[in-house]
Ligand binder design. Structure first.
Ligand code: UDP
Length: 431
């Protein structure tokens, strides 16, 4: 069946947020620095462009970053690109290939990708001082709007370390049309990328959002009980899209190994279905089959009413939080778990080691066996687990809150604005 396809971009409706509310949590010094950086940027027109307003880390962050940009005097907006099913299938392959899968890139796929981008570029509206284009889906927009003014930034959220060379060669010229690119880690910056400026900025979580705001343990217990979990028994939680890179099948193996020593352990696999992720449902089914009707394995998603507050509750009610990814650009769920004072067991890949200090705030693991052993240790020694979790929360406070993210964007805008005024005074820019 052909889906109804509306050309052009949609504005995302956003909640209001106030920077001052973050001061008691993030500390005064970052708030002051933000104030200082924002002063010369008052009224700057900023547009974020991404491929979905719901599901996944990018959407999660923009729901806070854009309102905070507004709160400090920028005219910030966020728009979502439109695309056909073929486009989103292609961009999902692109995502997988850029994270290292060996996949073909056919002419039909190239055409689907470019057609959608041309559609979005044709309907692109407004004059902007800064346009931030997130991830590969809308990357060609800069090339297609080459004569537009403003500074254009490509924000890459994925791990390009082992990028498939066919896909990267296809994408690279579009990225090189930007003034700057932001990566999470230095290792993700490809050697052959030629671009004016590269900034390294880790993602961040919002400590005041319903997903991360304080919640009494008793409330968390009440919420998970509604989903059939017994909060008095041990609970392993992983919150992730149903995606092979997140290894939900491996998590089920970890749970089975843990059950040998803790036969009353339960597993909650929470995974939302993002609209730009056509594989989600298929992988959910695979995971369900693998769970094989075990009543203590709970596969839950937004379709069961699991939203932000429920994710908060499941992370808090967990005895152990896992994120056993096989590839991971960053993994917001790790910062989310640490923020709740839980040590997190994460795959030793991508952005996960940036967040977990092995043996200090959680464990970095390479296999199901290692993950199982570490989960058992945390379950056997809950006091030590609590100490590790408390340290993890402080790491997040220092490095991975939305206030740091906002400050890092404002620093980059400032640097790019200086470049612009230098270019102007040297007569390099026509406007
Ligand atoms: N998430 C959610 N519900 C789910 C699954 C994921 O709210 O059922 C959220 C999760 O809490 C996190 C984001 O989606 O904030 C996932 O970001 P992450 O960086 O971990 O992974 P990505 O999906 O971007 O690969």
């Amino acid at each position: 069946m052909q889906e109804i396809h509306t050309p052009g971009m949609q504005n995302v409706v956003l909640a209001q947020k106030t920077l001052a509310d973050y001061a008691p949590i993030a500390g005064e010094s970052v708030i002051e620095e933000i104030g200082r950086l924002a002063r010369p940027l008052q009224g700057a027109r900023v547009l974020h462009v991404s491929s979905t307003a719901y599901g996944g880390g990018v959407a999660e962050m923009l729901h806070t970053l854009v309102p905070l940009m507004r709160s400090v005097g920028l005219e910030a907006s966020w728009r979502i690109i439109s695309g056909t099913d073929d486009f989103f299938l292609t961009t999902k392959s692109m995502h997988n290939a850029l994270q290292g899968m060996d996949l073909d890139l056919t002419n039909a796929m190239r055409a689907a990708y470019l057609h959608a981008n041309v559609d979005n570029a044709v309907y692109f509206e407004g004059d902007w001082d800064y346009v931030i284009v997130h991830d590969p889906q809308p990357a060609p927009l800069r090339t297609l709007r080459r004569s537009d003014g403003g500074k254009w930034i490509w924000r890459c959220h994925i791990d390009l370390t082992a990028a498939n060379s066919t896909y990267w060669s296809f994408l690279r010229p579009y990225v090189e049309a930007y003034d700057a690119a932001i990566f999470t880690m230095a290792q993700y910056v490809k050697q052959d990328l030629q671009i004016g400026r590269v900034a390294l900025v880790p993602p961040a979580i919002d400590p005041l959002s319903p997903k991360n705001a304080p919640m009494q343990d008793s409330r968390a217990a009440e919420i998970v009980r509604l989903y059939g979990i017994d909060p008095t028994r041990p609970l392993l939680t992983q919150v992730s899209r149903f995606d092979p890179w997140k290894d939900p099948l491996g998590i089920i193996d970890v749970y089975r190994a843990v059950r040998e020593e803790f036969p009353d352990a339960q597993l909650a696999l929470i995974g939302s279905m993002a609209h730009d992720d056509p594989e989600g449902m298929e992988y959910y089914q695979r995971t369900k089959e693998y769970a094989n009707g075990d009543p203590d394995i709970h596969l839950l998603s937004n379709l069961d009413g699991v939203g932000n507050i429920e994710v908060n509750a499941f992370q808090r009610a967990a005895t152990v939080v896992l994120q056993k990814s096989l590839r991971e650009g960053f993994g917001l769920t790790i910062a989310e778990g640490l923020w709740k004072g839980k040590p997190v067991i994460g795959g030793n890949v991508g952005g996960i080691p940036l967040q977990i200090e092995d043996g200090v705030t959680g464990y970095l693991v390479e296999s199901v066996d290692e993950a199982s052993q570490r989960a058992l240790e945390l379950m056997r020694y809950p006091e030590e687990a609590e100490r590790m979790g408390a340290r993890g929360r402080e790491t997040v406070r220092e490095k991975f809150l939305s206030t740091s993210l906002l400050r890092n964007y404002l620093r980059l805008f400032t640097d790019l604005a200086i470049t612009r005024s230098v270019e102007r005074s040297e007569g390099m820019v026509a406007s």
